[in-house]
Design a protein around this ligand. Sequence first.
Ligand code: VNL
Length: 388
Amino acid sequence: MQKRFFLNTVALGLLLAHTGAAMAQEKFKIGLILPMTGPFASTGKQIEAAARLYMAQNGDTVGGKKVELIVKDDTSAPDVTKRIAQELVVNDKVNVLAGFGLTPLALATAPLATQSKTPMVVMAAATSSITQASPYVVRTSFTLPQAAVAMADWAPNNGIKKVVTLVSDYGPGIDAEKYFKDRMLFNGAQVLDTLRVPMRNPDFAPFLQKVRDLKPDALFVFVPSGAGAALMKQFSERGMDKAGIKLIGTGDITDDDILNSMGDVANGVVTSHHYSASHNSPLNKKFVAAFEKANAGLRPNFMAVGGYDGMRVIYEAAKTTKGGNGEALLNAMKGQLFESPRGPMFIDAQTRDVVHNIYIRKVEKVGGQLFNQEFSTIPDVKDPGKTK
Ligand code: VNL
């Protein structure tokens, strides 16, 4: 009798524990780690706004589970990103980690994704090698080699034979410099010098002076999202444009988030990138209008689209796996093919990296506002960094 009572109690306990676990599992948790404060806060703001818009449009239940979006500020410090990711995995038991505003933040977290078998969706960082840092990384942003090679194919055919490069001295800048330079040389152009500025609080003045003395046809620049306005201001103050030196670069320097505040110096600047808020498609028009409406007129930039598409990849994988996690969730992200506000987009199943169009764009005034007007398309660009 006693024994039977004991067994029943154990059974009941197990049942309750099991039910408790099942109830805890009713949620599908997304840990979104972003720089919400500090010099890269605009990236965090754009991505969070885009993720919330995606949820507002697609509902907060997926694969039979309630979606919980947990947003955390890493202040753009890699050790903080890593600690937050650990807490999200161990304490919150998130199904997926997402965000990653800068390359060092993604690289600091990649080993944890591998150890814990947690899919990690990189929505912003764009150094080619990030997808190789963990087999659990899936990227929905872009890669610098994609954009840099496209610009190096366009420039020599458009009167730019001698260039100087100026990049932020870390992962994406070094990728931009290398892939732009190699392709320019391959195309028979000259690279007079390669300059690197500190990633944080760069003073462009001494570098621009050097560029003036070298008198290239154009200066090719990469600086991370948010830093483009300071570059433009100093470019104009140093009289570079008046000295006949054109400014070209990846679209990070004519970022839609701040383009309108850059003024006339930005007008006419040609860049290469995967997204413009003025991309001409019904889906993008809808996206931009909804984003602006939900965010007091804020224009979405390429960070927003990386966040929006990242949520799409997560939602579809959650549907396929009925709110799964680990390798099953990861596998359901691979190979997704869909229309993004940027145009057609594909997650290469082999590399887990994004394949999409790169556009050549020129800043122009449309209805009194500055936009990156796309005028040429290089379709379905894979990351050139993956082919060697
Ligand atoms: C990165 C690349 C960051 C491109 C960016 O802005 C950007 C990165 C914050 O990989 O760190 O525009």
